[in-house]
Design a binder for this molecule. Structure first.
Ligand SMILES: N[C@H](CCC[C@H](N)C(=O)O)C(=O)O
Length: 279
């Protein structure tokens, strides 16, 4: 099976293109095998791209543990670059069909190379039952959560996938590996959750580290950066447009007042093409 290795700020993916709708159970099993860092290719996730009747292409994203996820911002940028440079360099705007609907991506390219990609990540979902988070009230803002003998305060946001955004004193030094897995699987999160640890520097700058559902700590999380921007606005810490500093680099995020949609801008990169030899 041919594949293309790509990454968005170090959040890395195996991209497989096929000309028919994928068997999701088969790709879930393949994700576990192919994403393994020692016995496989090694990646945070596996993305299958295939034709769509409603969009320029369809895509489904699997975490390294084989779970199918609803949303993945960094993978969206990688697929946008893939479409622009491998499928149709005549266009600089693509509509991608994902598990949660149609999303538009815009490619800023020159000489046939995608330099920067902007993605419509859709409207944030804040109602507890739709994130989902076990909580009362209309929104989940600075809700306390006990985990591992410690207490944290999180703001819940769904970008199609669930996020718990937790403000800490210094995100760049926070022990993500210690607290991430306990919080990811906390009983407050019926579908588990991605967990972002954030430190706000100004209304336009925040540092974020992330423990991703179904993966672990990653160098970047696009949907997590969007959830962080939304949480920062709700907490009164961020303006509606800010730079999110991640381990792998920066993302520009905007929560539009005009259409309530969140827009993410950042890079994507090819690493290599290969052939997967099944065991
Ligand atoms: N682990 C996430 C999916 C990948 C999200 C992240 N890689 C991004 O760039 O948005 C989840 O299960 O919701």
């Amino acid at each position: 099976m041919k594949f293309t290795k790509m990454h968005g700020l170090g959040n890395d993916f195996i991209i497989v293109y096929q000309n028919h709708t994928p068997n999701l159970e088969e790709f879930s099993r393949l994700a576990v095998q192919m994403c393994h860092r020692h016995t496989g290719i090694g990646a945070d996730g596996l993305v299958v791209v295939y034709p769509s009747e409603n969009a320029d292409a369809a895509m489904r994203i699997f975490n390294a543990d084989g779970s199918l996820t609803e949303q993945c911002g960094n993978a969206m940028r990688c697929v946008a670059k893939y479409c622009y440079e491998r499928l149709s360099a005549l266009k600089d705007e693509f509509t991608l069909e994902t598990k949660v609907g149609l999303q538009t991506v815009w490619v800023d390219g020159s000489l046939g190379k995608a330099e920067k990609i902007r993605v419509d990540m859709g409207e944030p979902v804040l109602e507890p039952s739709r994130i989902p988070v076990v909580a009362t009230g209309r929104r989940v803002i600075n809700q306390p959560v006990e985990a591992g003998g410690a207490q944290f305060y999180f703001t819940g946001v769904s970008m199609g996938n669930p996020h718990a955004v937790i403000e800490v004193d210094d995100a760049s030094r926070f022990p993500v590996e210690k607290w991430g897995p306990i919080l990811e699987t906390h009983r407050l999160f019926p579908n588990k959750s991605n967990v972002e640890f954030v430190t706000f520097h100004s209304p336009s700058e925040v540092t974020m580290r992330v423990w991703e559902r179904g993966v672990g700590q990653t160098m970047a999380c696009g949907s997590g950066a969007c959830a962080t921007l939304v949480a920062g606005v709700l907490l009164g810490k961020l303006a509606r447009r800010a730079v999110i500093h991640l381990l792998g680099g920066d993302l520009e995020i905007e929560w539009s007042e005009a259409d309530n949609r969140v827009y993410m801008s950042g890079p994507a990169a090819f690493v290599y093409d290969g052939v997967w030899l099944p065991a």
